[in-house]
Write a protein that binds this ligand. Structure first.
Ligand code: ATP
Length: 371
């Protein structure tokens, strides 16, 4: 059975056969609403997990100036099997320093290089496109998660003057590009579509016609690695063309692999195909290491504290985490319950229902408990 602890009161229990330990960091804004609901749903599955909550986020930062406690990332990697995160960002912290240090810190310092973002439409009613069925929107975006412009390399010269110069470097290493592309081919080999058919294509997206240096590296590595997987079709699109194709014909995609920034942008578009940001799940993975799972949405300050945030992105993220921890049956139960909630309109308003955050999640938890 699952159990919960608060960080300071108790350290995680000793490891025992089968039990997995999960660090839970709700963070800010709607993260504080949706993550406790996702936790309830995990508990309803009866999975053998121990959940330990951490208060990292804006409130703590404003209270004592701590973003990540000393040794924080090493502790997560050492003591936990997975991390469930909400969102970071609070209008009271103008610099957003805590979000940067916690979220980007986790991705970079724990080297969680594969940001896995499944794009699945649960019900035709949720998709803004005409005539599109759930079987037509079933692909995954693999976003490089440790490099690109998010490393914040660069600077400002002559700041605040008419001669100001700002640079933002796009960092692409051979190692970083190769491992995410290889991950994409392996992912394609190991996964099937929801209808049971095999994944057949890996599409690499870049802007190598304009960004020739970084794009050239991605092109070369993609060509090399795809040669090792002759049974998988390798495709390429420029990011602008991909955006148009995702709207015109989402059926054509299986696995899309791209850099950090393009991945960030196209997965908001992809979330739109699924019913909005409130429906999208993600995992930040380094195979064999403690990985982190978070809904795609941010802290959404305008709707925080109102019990209106859609908890399904967080709940589907919890399912993704359980599957990663090899609780396949429990993950399947959660996904089936969310599907039932969508079909029966037991949802929040953003996707056409009348329930609040808690009520929608409680419906799912009850269904999971019955399943
Ligand atoms: P970030 O850059 O941190 O990802 P963002 O600025 O892109 O964040 P979000 O915080 O994700 O944006 O939210 C943008 C808007 O999307 C919100 O103001 C809200 O209207 C909507 N939204 C996001 N998440 C949800 C949700 N779970 N339920 C309902 N609406 C949501």
């Amino acid at each position: 059975m699952s159990s919960t602890k608060k960080e300071k009161k108790q350290a995680p229990s000793p490891r025992n056969e089968g039990k997995k330990r999960v660090a839970v960091i709700p963070g800010d804004g709607i993260g504080q609403e949706v993550i406790p609901q996702a936790v309830k749903v995990i508990q309803a599955t009866g999975a053998n997990v121990e959940l330990t909550e951490f208060d990292w986020g804006a409130d703590r930062y404003l209270r004592d100036g701590t973003t990540v406690p000393a040794d924080g990332f090493a502790m997560l990697a050492r003591d936990f099997d997975a991390i469930l995160v909400g969102a970071f960002g609070d209008p009271r912290v103008k610099t957003n320093i805590h979000a940067k240090e916690i979220l980007l810190g986790m991705r970079f310092k724990m080297d969680l290089y594969a940001n896995v973002r499944p794009v699945r439409l649960l019900d035709a009613a949720l998709c803004p496109l005409k005539g599109v069925e759930p079987k037509d929107v079933d692909f995954v975006v693999l976003r490089e998660n440790t490099e690109g412009v998010y490393t914040d390399a660069g600077g400002v010269f002559k700041g605040g003057t008419p001669d100001e110069i700002a640079t933002q470097e796009d960092i692409n290493t051979r190692k970083g590009v190769e491992r995410i592309i290889r991950y994409a081919f392996q992912y394609c080999e190991q996964h099937t579509k929801l209808d049971g058919s095999p994944c057949k294509t890996v599409l690499m997206c870049d802007k190598s016609n304009a960004m020739t240096h970084a794009g050239g590296l991605w092109q070369r590595v993609f060509k090399e690695v795809s040669g090792e997987y002759p049974h998988i079709t390798a495709q390429h699109m420029y990011v602008d063309a991909l955006c148009m194709q995702m709207v015109r014909d989402p059926r054509q995609f299986d696995v899309i692999v791209t850099n950090n920034m393009f991945g960030d942008i196209i997965t908001d578009l992809a979330a739109g195909l699924q019913g909005g940001l409130g429906m999208a799940a993600s995992g930040n993975i380094h195979p064999g290491r403690t990985s982190m799972f978070e809904p795609v949405h941010g802290s959404a300050p305008p709707i925080a504290g109102k019990n209106v945030a859609n908890p399904f992105g967080a709940i589907l993220t919890a399912a993704m985490m359980l599957r990663h921890l090899e609780f396949e049956k429990e993950a399947g139960k959660i996904e089936a319950a969310v599907l039932a909630a969508v079909r029966e309109k037991k949802t929040t308003q953003d996707i056409g229902g009348k329930l609040g955050t808690k009520e929608a999640a409680e419906w799912v938890a009850l269904r999971v408990g019955q399943g």
